[in-house]
Design a protein. Structure first.
Length: 174
């Protein structure tokens, strides 16, 4: 069972995480009615915007690691939403294209996401929504700039496998 916290006293990062959690749950409930996984949503959105991206490009746009993208695309291919084709001249690269079925999902699913967004700001003044949007964009810009700073040295995001090894080594030292 989830521990109750006083969200009004939480740090900003926790509030953003909690907001994202309830956004995802709201969308997930609606996507499930169409037998679409929430994990497929960022890939579908990216492909509706730009069909024919490579798997690596999709990973970057969706903000997930390539193994996650590979697994999601395999499942989406089985469901008939996408097809993957080798790039001419480079058999290692694969482009991803929507099928007619994957393209048709856009008209069904985008209104669901729009509904979740509308529900989320119900009763919130438009000026507050605009201020929140500006604030969140500033946060994203600030943290992206921090990540890109040349003096960040060796800081980077480890892969899941690498992180697992680090945790195992730390546990073995105890």
């Amino acid at each position: 069972m989830r521990k109750k916290t006083n969200l009004r006293q939480e740090r900003l990062a926790h509030l953003v995480k909690e907001a994202m959690r309830v956004f995802n749950r709201g969308l997930q409930m609606r996507l499930a009615e169409h037998e679409v996984s929430i994990g497929h949503w960022p890939f579908l959105r990216a492909l509706w915007e730009t069909d024919g991206l490579t798997q690596r490009e999709l990973s970057e746009v969706a903000g997930v690691m390539e193994p996650t993208t590979f697994a999601a695309l395999k499942a989406m291919e089985r469901r008939g939403y996408v097809v993957r084709r080798a790039v001419a001249g480079d058999r290692r690269k694969r482009q991803v294209f929507l099928t007619a079925r994957g393209r048709a999902l856009e008209a069904k699913l985008v209104p669901l996401a729009e509904a979740v967004n509308a529900i989320s700001v119900r009763g919130v003044p438009a000026a507050d929504v605009a201020a929140t949007r500006r604030t969140l964009l500033a946060i994203v810009d600030n943290l992206a700039a921090d990540e890109a700073r040349p003096d960040n040295g060796q800081r980077r995001i480890p892969s899941t496998r690498e992180l697992g090894r680090l945790v195992e080594r730390a546990a073995a030292k105890r």
